[in-house]
Design a protein around this ligand. Sequence first.
Ligand code: SF4
Length: 293
Amino acid sequence: MEYYSFNQYLRDTFGTKVYKIALDGGFTCPNRDGTLGTRGCIFCSGRGSGEFAQPSELSITEQLEQGKQRVAAKINESGKYIAYFQAFTNTYAPVEHLRKLYMEALEMPDVAAVSIATRPDCLPEEVLDLLEELNHIKPVWVELGLQTIHERTADYIRRGYPLTVYDQAVQALRAREIEVITHVILGLPGETEQDMLATVDYVGKSGVQGIKLQLLHVIEGTDLAEEYRQGVFSCMTLEEYVDLVCRAIALLPENMVIHRMTGDGDKKTLIAPLWSADKKRVLNALNKRLRES
Ligand code: SF4
C-alpha cells in the first residue's frame, strides 16, 4: 500500500535531510494548572509528552544546539532542522512570550520550520495571528492533540474539550494557511476497532495535512496505569496493531502525510504494551505489512 511518509514529505518540501529536535519551552497545560483540571489527561505522564525534549532550563537556542550535536553524533552529513515545541501546551502563554520563543527558533539559519504541539482550545485570535505572521517567515506547523472523536472516550481520558473545538481550530488555522497535523491515539480503553477507524476517517476528512498515529502507551505514574493494573482494559498485540494501522492508512487521502505510525515513549517508564519498546521491530512489521497490502 502506498502512503505519504513524513521522510518523503520532508525531502519533497526541503530537498535535504531534515531532523526534528524536541524542545521544552517551559509551558504548562490547562489540564494541569487547575484551569480545567490538575490531574491531566489520563495517559499523560506529567511531563507533557516531552520525554525526549531537552531540559527547559536551557534557552531555545541552547536546546537546539544540544539537539543538533546529538544528531551530528549519529550522522555524517549536514542537514536542516525542525524546531519541535513538544512539551505540554506550546501556545499556552502570553502572546509576546510565545513570539520571543518561536522567533528564537525561527531565526536560526538551519531551522527550516517550526512545529508547535498544542490543544485546539488554546488558540485564541492573537495567537492565531502570530502564527500566521510567522508562517510567512518560515513554515509553521501546528500539531493538535485530538486523540479521539468520540465524546465518551474524551470524557474518560479527561481531554477537556468537545470535538467542535477541534473543528473550529482546524478551520481557523487553515484559513491562515497553516499546516495542521492531528494526533490520534489507537487503543484507548473502551474503543472498538470501528471507533478508532472512525476517528482516523474523520481526521482524514477534516482538512488537515498530516496525522500522527500513536499507539496508547501505559506509563508508570499515570491514572491509566492504575486502571490497567486493575484490569479495566487490556492492550493490543503487535499483530492487532499492525492490522489496525494498515486499515487506518487505507482510509486516508493519498496526499495526507503520515508523521508517525507508532508511539515514541520512554522505555524506562513503559508498563504496557511492552512489545512497543522495540520500535524497530514494530516499524519493520508495519512496513512489511504495508508493502504486502
Ligand atoms: S493536554 Fe497534553 S500536556 Fe495537557 S494533560 Fe493532556 S496530554 Fe498532558
